[in-house]
Ligand binder design. Sequence first.
Ligand code: PMP
Length: 403
Amino acid sequence: MKNLLATRANPDVTSALSGLFPVDDSPLAISLAAGSPNLDYFPVAAVRQAFLTAIDQQGAGLFQYQTAQGNLDLRQALTARIQKWGQVATTADNVVLTVGGQQGIELVAKALLNPGDEVAVEVPTYIGALAAFDLYQPTYHAVPLEPDGLDLNALEETLKRHPKIKLLYTVPDYHNPTGITMSVTKRQQLVDLANRYDFVILEDTPYRDLGYEAAPLPAIKSFDTQGRVVFLSSFSKILMPGLRTGWLVADGDLLAAIMKVRLASDLETTNITHAAIAAYMQANDLDAHIQTLKTHYRAQRDAMVTSLEQDFPDEVSFTKPAGGFFDWVTLPKGMNAATLLTDTMIPRAHVTYVPATNFYPNRDVTNAMRLSFSGLEPQVITTGMRRLADQLKLAIHRQAPVL
Ligand code: PMP
């Protein structure tokens, strides 16, 4: 049967997303791998009520085919939100509701990429974006991150050498996997580069509302004057991932192309869910809910960073995320976080994480790991981190030459 499959779907080549779920069956297991939100914070009763309200108010029509871009009430609410929090002046006509942010990434890839087309990604980068781009068989260019976001000098050098780069993918706010946030200056400079070198920016920002120190920064899209930035966000981290609702903002030809490919893949959006989210936003203060989330996630972040500072060996370096769900930990050169996971951490520490290799399109970096603090209580995080630290000290000691 395999000879009948498209190259892009060859099951012998595993999806980049498969690296996300290392398994540890022990009852002691603590997962710092999955970036799932904490389900204790899901507003189930309010969302249940919102579904009922939407059905009561709109009746059978709610279940009919409706609009291609998605529920207008929700698109209007999102237009107001991105204006307020991201300083993007746009209209509901420019908003497309998607099946999670993930579908938005895939749609942009589908709309832009022919096989072999050149794509720049910051490294490390979001695994799911690689999984989506991989289907379109691009040529990747990896651009390093700095503490204030993408290294724009390195990007410009890459653009000079590869002027055909079409698409740059970035997660500018509380980046997955490093927690890094791009400065406002760089956001503006990045758009200038895109104008000069003629490429599209995909600004993927599901964590932008989850800043633990500061309000969200202006979106990259707010500096866009030529309709070359696609802004993408999601309800997964601020409400619930099971709603499978993301949304993008695009203009002109890009918007038309995205709509064309979206129609082919799902015809319409899940109107019932979107009407329910709109009803939820009308009856509840989403920003107040986000404030509550931030209080919890900040405490979880603090537990992780405190342990990194106090328990981890000096040879290890790490980021201090100001928001989002993740911390990026770099091990001494020569160490391999993937073999460390299977040989030591799962059997001895019963702690899982996602090894670095998964986040690099060329799979060429081994000595780092993504730790997620989103799904666990602070005490559990501290316990897992101590176990990780103890085994790391032993592993680094084993690796060091005996003099
Ligand atoms: N982009 C990034 C950077 C993410 O971390 C995620 C989820 N892990 C997504 C997109 C997709 O999330 P969803 O489809 O649930 O909105």
